[in-house]
Design a protein around this ligand. Sequence first.
Ligand code: ADP
Ligand code: DP6
Ligand code: CO
Length: 320
Amino acid sequence: MSKIVRAHTNIALIKYWGKANAELRLPLMSSLSMTLDAFYTDTSVEKTNDENAFYLNGQKQDSKQSQRVFSYLTKLQNKFGYHDNLIVKSVNHVPTSAGLASSSSAFAALAAAFCQYYNIQVDKKELSRLARIGSGSACRSIFGGFSVWQKGDSDASSYAYALDEHPQMDLHLLAVELNTNQKKISSTSGMKEAQSSPFFNPWLERNETELNQMIAAIKNDDFTALGELAELNANEMHAINLTAQPEFTYFEPNTIRAIKLVEDLRKEGIECYYTIDAGPNIKILCRLKNSKEIIERFKSVFNNVNIVIANFGPGITYLD
Ligand code: ADP
Ligand code: DP6
Ligand code: CO
C-alpha cells in the first residue's frame, strides 16, 4: 500500500562540499547536521500502468524536471529487482532549490517511500545509504536531532548515524528567506566546480579536526564554540567557491548585508552566528531568548522578510 512518508530537512554545521564518487555520491569529507522541525517533504510512491509521473506540490513535472527522480528510482528498482512504472507525489514544505536543503528531505522521503511501498525491510543505516545515492545530504535526514555522515570509502561504509536524536541544547535556527527563487547552480554542479579551487585540499585537510571540534562542542553544550565553528566552516566552503576556476558564488548583495547585520548584533552583545548553504539565504544560529529581537531587527532592515524559526526535528516518519 502507498503511504505518505515525511522527512525533515537538515542544515549542515560541518558541510559536505565535494565528492569522491559522483555516481554513488560518496563524499570527500564527513559532515554534521541539525535536522529541522520547520521544513519537511511528504512523499508517496505507487505503481501505475501508465507512464512514470512525478507530481511536485500538486503539479505534474515535465520530463526534465522529473529526470533526477526517475534515474534515482531506476537505480533503486535495479537494486531490488523491480521494473514498474511509478507515480511519485511529493509536497515540499520548504522552498525548492533555494539553498534551504530541499534535496535532503526530498530524497530521504523518496528512499523511505520506495522501501515502504515495496515492503523492503531496511534498517536506518541502510536507508541512510539509499537516501545518500539520491542526494548526499539526504542520508542525514533519516535521523532527527544532530546527525553525522561519516564519509566512508564505499557504498557500504558511507552513511549517517544519529549523534543525538533528542538534544537538550538551547539552539534555534532562523531561516531568513532573502530569495527563494530556484538557484542557477545546483548543489551537485557547485560542489563539482569547487574542486578546482587552490584551497580545496586545505579545506579537506581541516575536515577531521573541525568535525571532532563540532562533536565536542555539542557534547559540552557549548553554543559559542558550535556557532563560531559553524560560521567558519560555512565561510570556508564559500571561500572555495570564490576561488574556484572559474570563480562563482551563491552570495547576493543581501547575503552580505545579512552577514553584516549578524556581526552588528554580536557587537551589541546579542550572541548569534550564521551559516549559509548553496543559495543566497542565511540561517542564524541563536538561543531562544534572543530570537525575537534578532527577527525584529532582520524584519526592519530587510523590509519584513519572511523568517522561519526552527528547532530540532525528528527523523523519518511514516504518516497514516
Ligand atoms: P537544495 O538547496 O534545495 O537542496 P539542490 O540543488 O541540492 O537544492 O537540489 C534541488 C533538486 O532536488 C531539485 O532540482 C529536484 O531535482 C530535487 N528535489 C527537490 N524537491 C524534491 C522533491 N520533493 N521530490 C523529488 N526531488 C526533489
Ligand atoms: C551546501 O546534498 O544537495 O547543503 O549530493 O549533489 O545532491 P548532492 O548535493 P547536496 O549538497 C548539500 C550541500 C550543502 C552542505 C550540506 O548539506 O552538507
Ligand atoms: Co541539496
